[in-house]
Design a protein around this ligand. Structure first.
Ligand code: ARG
Length: 337
């Protein structure tokens, strides 16, 4: 597995697409701190938790690779735009691994346009060892991709994305996979063309299902719909009022209410990041050390919880699933649905 790093994490320059998946309060912080580094003490605390997480994974027999730190204050751009970077904390957002194909997501945030750079040494190594390595059409990220006048849809109205269908974009974390079936959602970073690109690219061996969830600021599916093991689906009940039919033979359980206290900074996620656990295999779940309810849920489901402190990392917008990407697992390609 690749595990991300928080070093040099920066708030990106303000842009309409950055604000769309955030809550009103988070938007204000991103506007005020645009271009500034994340607080150094929080970076240090999250870095320490990541290192503990890596130790746990290695002790459990996982081969772990990390990217090298980069400068996220450096600016880059394309015709008509400029940006600085964000971080390399969430490889799940960028890399989609399907069999021996490692796909670099064409991300819609300008600040993440060069996200793949952090992983290039690893990607080249995997390529030399026989992996396929795919990059979809490089998005131009020009103004046509964004609704400049976007505002939150009023309560109860259908989701209105901040991005248009100008070109295919998606984040890898808007998809979740079990065997031959891949579930994906449209969001503020993934559009219909992005989903269709993936469907055509993967061809007949895989089925890409578009699901419509009830998330009022959608970006990344892994705090809403999480297949844990064959036959076990964890959901955020409000966001998944109707479980896709394909899971009809699976046991579905709702994530317990998060225990993250109100005062804890969460810059770019909701508290439902509590369900962003990592399954090492069908039996072992890495779960936040203070999250008693999630540990009890695991145990009652025949899963062994492995606690790891991660609350400081959560502030950066993800948890164990976001912070990792599993490059290689044992087993064969199967259909679980
Ligand atoms: N958008 C989700 C929420 O606010 C968080 C998803 C984080 N996932 C990730 N891969 N970064 O609840």
């Amino acid at each position: 597995m690749i595990v991300g790093i928080v070093d040099n994490a920066h708030f990106p320059p303000w842009h309409v697409a950055v604000g769309a998946p955030l809550s009103a309060a988070q938007r204000e912080v991103f506007q005020q701190r645009a271009g500034q580094p994340f607080p150094a003490d929080q970076v240090a605390a999250a870095r320490d938790e990541l290192d503990q997480f890596v130790d746990i994974l290695e002790r459990e027999g996982v081969t772990v690779r990390r990217p090298e730190p980069r400068d996220h204050a450096a600016s880059f751009g394309g015709p008509g735009w400029q940006s600085t970077g964000l971080y390399d904390a969430m490889p799940r957002d960028l890399l989609l691994v399907v069999g021996n194909d490692v796909i670099e997501a064409p991300m819609a945030w300008r600040s993440r346009h060069h996200s793949a750079s952090a992983y290039r040494p690893l990607l080249k190594e995997y390529f030399r060892q026989g992996a396929r390595w795919t990059s979809p059409p490089k998005p131009e990220l020009s103004d046509e991709l964004y609704h400049a006048d976007w505002i939150d849809q009023p309560d109860g109205e259908p989701f209105r994305s901040v991005i248009t269908e100008f070109e295919p974009t998606f984040d890898a974390a808007d998809f979740v996979r079990c065997g031959r079936d891949i579930f994906g959602q449209r969001s503020h970073v993934t559009n219909g063309m992005g989903i269709e690109w993936l469907r055509r690219h993967l061809g007949d061996e895989y089925r890409v299902h578009e699901v419509v969830l009830n998330d009022d600021h959608p970006m990344h599916i892994d705090a809403s719909l999480m297949p844990l093991a064959p036959g076990k689906l964890l959901i955020q009940a409000e966001r998944v009022p109707q479980v896709p039919d394909l899971f009809k033979d699976w046991e579905v359980r709702a994530a317990p209410a998060p225990v993250i206290p109100d005062g804890h900074p969460l810059y770019m996620t909701s508290k439902w990041i509590n369900m962003n656990v990592l399954m090492i295999d069908e039996q072992r779940m890495v779960v936040e050390a203070q999250d008693e309810p999630m540990m009890r849920l695991a145990e009652s489901w025949g899963i062994t919880p492995i606690p790891c402190p991660f609350r400081n990392f959560n502030s950066f917008g993800g948890s164990f699933h976001c912070a990792t990407v599993d490059v290689r697992r044992r087993g064969e390609l199967r259909s679980y649905l």
